[in-house]
Design a protein around this ligand. Structure first.
Ligand SMILES: C[S@@+](CC[C@H](N)C(=O)[O-])C[C@H]1O[C@@H](n2cnc3c(N)ncnc32)[C@H](O)[C@@H]1O
Length: 444
């Protein structure tokens, strides 16, 4: 049975005017055979066709054993087992098998990069997360092997449930899964045929799951002419994530970010009070912050660090609801900015290849466009640019809290440029030679 036939017979709509096709930039995608107006319903897939954890756990053949695993499997692992099970079946499940047969046989996510390719972005969050992911996959596979596959070889023959097969299934889920926040739960699914749609930021977000009608719909995210490729928008995904989960990047991706991880040691003084303060402003003690070129130092990073470094007298005198939106004290502000300054410098020095060198290499075509090395280089360039912008912002703020000459906490601004502070006239005089050109430029 063909995928389209299975879907149409079961009530899917839209397949009459949609066709799979290979496109030069994106690879296989979907083209429209009729003009579409923005917001037209393009495709409707009834819920019964979706790959979901619920469908897997209620499957008459493997549902019971999947449900019996303790601790319960993650949604991702349930879907991976389900995909591999259908892939291994020789009979039955005709429609789902037709779908699996159309899935890519290999992927280009960063876990498949050679060591040499990955080294190009060493120091980046992509590099660290890719290494972590590889280890996580090995650990998770061993768990599945011991808790499920080796206990039921009749259902999960080991030759079809190898670690490579598991990685294939995970990459299928990462690159084709759709996530929806429903009122009562998070919902993850793979929607046959809708999963053939490629990503573009030039279209509106246009995919939705309706829990009442139990169906997934794709609307046109813009107007389309006959023969054009229909896209959906995967969301505000930065290149480091696109490469890790989907295996491609977008040039000049406006959503690029550096993921800054902040944590606090549970032995730190006043730990529980600080955790409570963080939670009162919606922050978790282990938080990841997206630094972006447009906003390289978000307020919530400053709030987190201000709270992290509060002294007991600052905590007791801080007005309720203050939320550390403004500086708490000169000492606190100087301390967090110095820490950030050092962190940015350390992170930047951790990159294996500098921004300048990578830019020269990409400009001169040293990495073939579209190759893994080229994609890794672009991710590193973007992350380093963001960190440099963060460092610049930190320096500007630091110049307003510590004396430009001696580094002591101060608040007397240069009366001309108002961009630096001094602790007194002596320091201002000693620093004048160094400050002169900056002061002139800054006050023009
Ligand atoms: C949901 S699938 C889309 C269908 C896929 N092209 C296929 O042939 O099965 C997502 C995958 O399509 C590719 N893709 C999607 N959008 C892309 C884009 N704008 N540029 C390049 N590749 C893209 C990536 O390989 C990604 O992992």
């Amino acid at each position: 049975m063909k995928l389209q036939e299975w879907l149409v017979n079961g009530g899917a709509e839209g397949l009459d005017w949609l066709q799979l096709e290979d496109f030069p930039d994106t690879g296989r995608g979907v083209k429209t055979l009729r003009p579409l107006k923005s917001k037209d319903v393009v495709l409707t897939i009834p819920g019964s066709f979706l790959w979901t954890a619920d469908v897997a756990t209620s499957d008459p053949v493997i549902g019971t054993v999947i449900r019996s695993v303790e601790p319960p499997l993650s949604v991702e692992d349930i879907l991976a087992v389900f995909l591999l099970f259908i892939k291994s079946c020789k009979t039955g499940y005709d429609g789902r098998r037709a779908h699996v047969e159309l899935l890519p046989t290999s992927y280009t996510a960063s876990i498949f990069f050679s060591d040499e390719e990955l080294e190009i972005c060493s120091g980046s969050s992509l590099y660290h997360l890719t290494q972590k992911l590889k280890q996580q996959i090995r650990d998770d596979y061993i768990q599945l092997l011991t808790k499920l596959f080796s206990k039921h070889p009749d259902l999960f023959p080991l030759e079809s449930f190898t670690q490579d097969d598991y990685v294939w299934a995970l990459c299928t889920i990462w690159s084709r899964g759709m996530d929806f926040q429903l009122p009562d739960r998070q919902f993850r699914c793979i929607a046959p045929f809708a999963d053939m749609l490629n990503h573009s930021l030039d279209v509106e977000l246009c995919h939705a799951y309706d829990p009442q009608l139990n169906r997934l719909q794709i609307l046109a995210g813009k107007d389309y002419k006959i023969g054009e490729q229909v896209f959906i928008n995967y969301g505000s995904v930065p290149n480091n994530r696109l490469l890790r989960l989907y295996g491609f990047i977008l040039l000049d991706n406006p959503h690029d970010s550096y993921d800054l991880v902040l944590t606090t040691n549970s032995q730190a003084p006043l730990y529980s009070q600080k955790v409570a303060l963080l939670e009162s402003i919606g922050l978790h003690v282990n938080s990841t912050f997206s630094l972006k070129l447009k906003d390289p130092l978000p307020l919530n990073v400053l709030q987190y660090l201000r709270i992290q470094r509060l002294t007991s007298s600052e905590i007791s005198t801080m007005p309720a609801r203050h939320g550390a939106k403004d500086r708490v004290s000169a000492r606190n502000e100087a301390e967090i900015l110095k820490a950030l300054d050092k962190a940015c410098k350390d992170l930047l020095s951790g990159f294996g290849i500098s921004l300048e060198e990578l830019e020269e290499k990409t400009d001169s075509g040293a990495y073939q466009e579209g190759s893994n090395a080229w994609a890794a280089a672009h991710v590193s360039i973007s992350e380093q640019k963001i960190l440099k912008a963060t460092l610049q912002k930190v320096k500007e703020l630091l110049a307003l809290v510590v004396c430009a000459n001696c580094g002591k906490e101060s608040n007397k601004r240069c009366s001309r440029c108002r961009k630096v502070v001094y602790c007194g006239a002596d320091c201002q005089k000693s620093h004048y030679k160094e400050h002169k050109a900056f002061c002139k430029a800054a006050s023009e």
